[in-house]
Design a protein around this ligand. Sequence first.
Ligand code: GLN
Ligand code: ZN
Length: 754
Amino acid sequence: MTTWTSSNLGYPRLGEKREWKKALESYWKGKLDKGSFQQQIRELRLDFLKKQQERGVDSIPVGDFSLYDHVLDTSVMFGLVPERFDASEGYSSLSTYFAVARGTKASPASEMTKWFNTNYHYIVPELQNAKPRLVDNYPLKAYQEAASELGIEGRPYLIGPYTFLKLSKGYEDHQFEQLFNDLLPLYEKVLRQLQDAGAKSVQIDEPAFVQSFPETDIPLIRKAYELFNREVPELDLFVQTYFDSVSHYKDIISLPIAGLGLDFVHGKEGNWANIQNHGFPAGKVLGAGVIDGRNIWKADVKATVAFAKDIQAETGSEHVEIQPSCSLLHTPVTTRHETQLDPLLLDALSFADQKLEEIDLVTRTLNGEDTAGEIEENTAQLARVKNAPWRQETAGNATGDIPSSRPLSFEERSPLQQEKFQLPKLPTTTIGSFPQTREVRVERRRMRKGEISAEEYETYIQNKMQEWVDIQEEIGLDVLVHGEFERTDMVEFFGEKLGGFAFTSNGWVQSYGSRCVKPPVIYGNVEFKEPMTVKETKYAQTLTEKPMKGMLTGPVTILNWSFERNDIPKKEVAFQIARALNDEVLALENEGIEMIQVDEPAIREGLPLKRAEWDEYLEWTVHAFRLSTSSVKDTTQIHTHMCYSEFQDMIESIRALDADVISIETSRSHGELIETFETAVYDKGIGLGVYDIHSPRVPDVEEMTQMIDRALRVLPSSLFWVNPDCGLKTRDVPETIEALKNMVRAAEEVRKNL
Ligand code: GLN
Ligand code: ZN
């Protein structure tokens, strides 16, 4: 007899109407006193647990809730607060906690970075001079609260020691083992206190196990879990992996743990191969992540039940836990408040609350309950969506007729472009956006509310463009941009104008801290409907003799920052977007915009967690970019931009994009990037950002001259562009002008010596 139970791995923090965000921000602004804030937060926390309980989840995680970020919670639990912060109110006090997360006047915030391959950002633990000690056992508090307030026997949530350390910075490779050893007794203490309080099991997240990690780390991992198993024998240790299949599976399943959770959605093939090749040990609970925790589509319940049975049959497991593929942190809360969507589309959606209901339905079915009626309803819903007109293949979606390479090579077309544009050496430009001041956002809101007419808004945007063309002319930049004042966001703007995209009212997902994003939903075939950027760009071009660079978001970035349909392969969606963008590129060119930048910050971000999958990924992402940009005339100059600086391993792919000019973010790790170019040859136009736009600090001419000089030691001056390292949207006007003036002066200085 197989036991089937259900579990959840984490619940969104935002609240159905972003109550969490509102409480946090009111508290930060001083509009909510500490007592009321804590009261509101407590109510939310309990409400989230209750909602999971009502949906029949057998194992509910407790302690996954956070006031900002679960990685920061772990750091604070271990007293890992960087020395620059004032911790006089206690390491785990609200003031210290938020200071690390958000910074103070005196001390910059800790860095944040992406949580694996998601769009969630965590606060990077800083381990320089770390003296970890247990200062606050928050999983214990969460466990006790759930038990006493709601009678819920929760499963405390922890980030495992291996993953925690892998995500931290401030140490050298050779210090890893020592730091790991220092952390183990603290984990042991946390676990022991949980055991003493009566907890029966814990969820220990080790997503780092799905990355390609060195085999030499296995003895360390083994040592940790052996220690926990020996010292806290009453507590069932559930190790949870997600986002891909487990690497070194054989070693991981043989750890002395009570259960292992596997992602059978995003690591389906790999984990299936894992269980086929190595089985699953008798006596351990198998966590089967079969409901997609990262997308928003309704599950096929019938197929999921069958798949769960296959997994069980393959492994012979006696106890299988049905789970989401990862924490539901990465999905919006509920479809309940979506009233604006096409009913057919709404019918296709499943957010966190609905996913828990699916998990419950799958589990009840597996337990032999008669659920035929519910399953039939699910099957019928799926069929309706599948037959929806917007899901049908159309001839217009094919990309076979669009060129994916430019007729001339870079060497051949580059002189033609130079003849056309007559740019000086080391041309200066910017990445696209100029400060989106409060005033710009207020005008947009007024237009949306109907307080000003569309014409009035258009005039406002035109005046902004005029203002900034004048500023750019005065500064002396060589290639101008229109400033992106009409755009809210680089993906939403395009999604709103393309066919196949829908926008939810409440589909918010946490991006970092209280910052949420509402990714568009790509529900059907993506189609070009009408020019999206031509009007503004063309207008801006009339204001200057200098080239006006058109500004588009690339296919992979639009895809990665949206919820994509899952009935066709992801790359097909990318190609459809590419086709639409190709139409836009040609529309711009047709109107005389012959320098066009197609931003692709997400190509780097979306790299698979496993090295072995990089080639395939890079091949289709590069192809999508090329489909969008290869139809232009030889004299049209294609630019691209990426925000990351870790390119060591993908220079080949960057070259394969065949963009005439690429600009990349570098200033935060300038040295490292330059090193990359010492060993790899890059032979197309390139702008390594010469100043960091993420900080309000204005670098002086000298500093930027040095940056340029340094880069010119490894890159030919004929290919080098001078630009800031990203868009200037988040900066203030005065600092932007001052920094750009210095940048142009620096370029002039260096030119003198060429
Ligand atoms: N063109 C965009 C801007 O300047 C690029 C933003 C980005 O790279 N994230 O804002
Ligand atoms: Zn950028």
